[in-house]
Structures are given as structure tokens and as C-alpha cells.
Ligand binder design. Structure first.
Ligand SMILES: [Zn+2]
Length: 320
């Protein structure tokens, strides 16, 4: 049996896992991220968390084949610099080179969304499929494209940026600075914005009566909860949100012809309240959907483990 170390670098946590070649997590170890630390110190911390996971697994470090890192950043394939990891406060840092000071084994780095997509494709909701699309609906919209069980890296090896595909020309400004990105509409942040706008426009709604005086308490669940209580305004907010998402996914279906769409992130916890109408909307809103069908959107099944398994298995990707 071969073993790999996968590390997921989040803004608040470092999670490291030892994963075997059958994609099973043997041991997982989590520690808080201290973003205030300097880069070299932070990498030493990451390495320490990774080595701790290996120690807990009882497998000698020398038996670990490779270490894979999922990071919330673009990685420049030419310079191997992490372009920008906002939540870690890093810009153009040589993460692989710095990690190499701590691990005497191959080191692989990819965007965390790609790692999660790979994890779901190998061991999770998409394991029965060769071609899958994963979209995570959280504070932002992330995602990855899997073709033949491989991460689609594109010609420049930078992977896909699903959240920043254009949905509305001249639309709402995105965190990336562009206007009208899918992320501006299909993220939890977008849903919260639309919920607040609906409250201002419909003071008679249940949504406004419950949350009008405490707008700061609104999260991505608020509109879904009120919709389940048959509030007309909330139903409209949720319906519009799902329509935006379906429109964004229909573009990706036309381009990549996935066999399945995996939905992850906090909003996916709405389950069928999200997925049933989403699947109903995908069919008529996708080119030739009613003639040839559309792939089904299903919920991610591994949660945060997807990122660990995907990162660990980067070593087994062909084009990396
Ligand atoms: Zn954007």
C-alpha cells in the first residue's frame, strides 16, 4: 500500500491527512492558522502540522510518497509562485520551494477548489464518473473541472476559475474587481445581498418582519428558511438565486459536457430545496437540454475531506 500526505490550507485552519492509494484517509490532524506569522514561519507551521499527521498515522515519514497542498490561490506554473492568497496575506510567495526545505519528497500544489473537485471525483459523489464539474457555493464560488479523472488545467496550467466566468455583462462588482461574475450572484454573499434588497423592497414580507431590524443576522440560509415557510418574497429570492446558478452552469455544461455536477459549499446544505429546482431549471436553460438531456446536479459527499484526498492524490495526476 502507498501513502500520501494531503494538506488543505484554509484561512482559519490547516488540515493535514495521510491518505492511502485507495483514497482512504488514515489520519487527519487540524490546527488553527495564524495568518499574522511571516511567510517562512507559516510554512514551517504547515510542515509541522503535516508531519504531526504522519506521526499520528504510525507510518514512517520515509514511507510517504509525496505531499500535496491545496491552497486558496492561483499558482503561476512558470514561477511556481502562489499569486495571491488573500486570506493568508500572501502575494507571489515561493510556497513549493519553501516546503521543500521541510519535506524530502515530491511536492505538488494546486488550487484548493481543484483539489476538492479531484477528491470528489476519485472518492466522493462523482466516483462513478470520468468527467465531472464541481462548484462550491460559499463566501465565493469555487470549483474545478475534471476530465478523465484528471484536473483540467488549461493551456497555461492555471486551471479553471468557475466563479469568475461572466454571468451578467456590466453586473454587480465581484471581489476580483470585475463586474457580473457568477460569484457575484451564485455565492452565499450574493444570496445575502439579494435577501437584503428584497427586504427593503417588501416590508410586508415574512422575511422583512423577521429580519428587517436585524440585517446583520442574515445569512445564506435566511431566504431558504423563509421560502420553506411559504413567504412569497423569499420564494422569489431563492428562485432568482437558483436561476442565476442554473444559467452559469448551463454555460459550463455546453463547454465541458460533464457527466455530473457536484455542488458543494455551505449553500449545498439546503439539499433538495436547492437541487430539485436547480435540476428542473438546468434542463430548459441549457442548449438542446430538452433533446439530449443535461447532467444531474448532486450534492458533494466528502465535505472538507475532499480537499485532503484531492491534495494527497495530486501526485498521481498525469499532467501536473
Ligand atoms: Zn470575479
Amino acid at each position: 500500500m502507498k501513502y500520501y500526505l494531503g494538506i488543505d490550507l484554509g484561512g482559519t485552519n490547516i488540515v493535514a491527512g495521510v491518505v492511502d492509494e485507495d483514497y482512504r484517509i488514515i489520519v487527519k490532524h487540524r490546527e488553527k492558522t495564524d495568518a499574522k506569522k511571516g511567510f517562512e514561519e507559516a510554512v514551517a507551521e504547515i510542515a509541522r502540522v503535516g508531519k504531526k499527521a504522519v506521526e499520528l498515522s504510525g507510518i514512517p515519514l520515509s514511507d510517504i510518497e509525496a505531499v500535496g497542498l491545496g491552497t486558496p490561490s492561483l499558482i503561476n506554473p512558470n514561477t511556481q509562485l502562489l499569486v495571491n492568497a488573500n486570506n493568508l496575506g500572501w502575494r507571489n510567495v515561493p510556497l513549493p520551494a519553501e516546503m521543500a526545505k521541510h519535506f524530502d519528497m515530491p511536492i505538488f500544489i494546486r488550487n484548493d477548489a481543484d483539489c476538492a473537485a479531484l477528491g470528489e471525483a476519485l472518492a466522493g459523489a462523482a466516483k462513478e464518473y470520468d468527467h465531472a464539474l464541481m462548484v462550491t457555493l460559499g463566501t465565493g464560488v469555487g470549483g474545478g473541472i475534471i476530465m478523465n479523472k484528471q484536473i483540467f488545467n488549461g493551456g497555461d496550467q492555471m486551471g479553471a476559475e468557475i466563479g469568475h466566468t461572466k454571468l451578467v455583462f456590466g453586473g454587480v462588482q465581484c471581489t476580483c474587481g470585475q463586474y457580473g461574475c457568477l460569484e457575484s450572484y451564485a455565492s452565499a454573499t450574493g444570496l445575502i445581498r439579494e435577501t437584503k434588497e428584497a427586504i427593503a423592497e417588501h416590508p410586508e414580507s415574512l422575511l422583512a418582519k423577521k429580519y428587517g431590524a436585524r440585517l446583520d443576522d442574515i445569512d445564506a440560509r435566511t431566504a431558504f428558511d423563509a421560502a420553506r415557510q411559504s413567504d412569497k418574497t423569499a420564494i422569489e429570492v431563492v428562485d432568482r438565486y437558483i436561476s442565476y446558478l442554473a444559467a452559469g452552469l448551463s454555460t459550463l455544461i455546453c463547454l465541458f459536457r460533464p457527466q455530473v455536477i457536484i455542488i458543494g459549499g455551505g449553500v449545498s446544505n439546503e439539499g433538495e430545496t436547492l437541487l430539485k429546482p436547480l435540476n428542473e431549471k438546468l434542463l430548459p436553460s441549457t442548449y438542446a437540454g430538452t433533446e439530449i438531456g443535461v447532467p444531474k446536479a448532486i450534492k458533494a459527499s466528502l465535505g472538507n475531506d475532499a480537499g485532503i484526498i484531492g491534495a494527497a492524490m495530486l501526485a498521481k495526476q498525469i499532467n501536473i
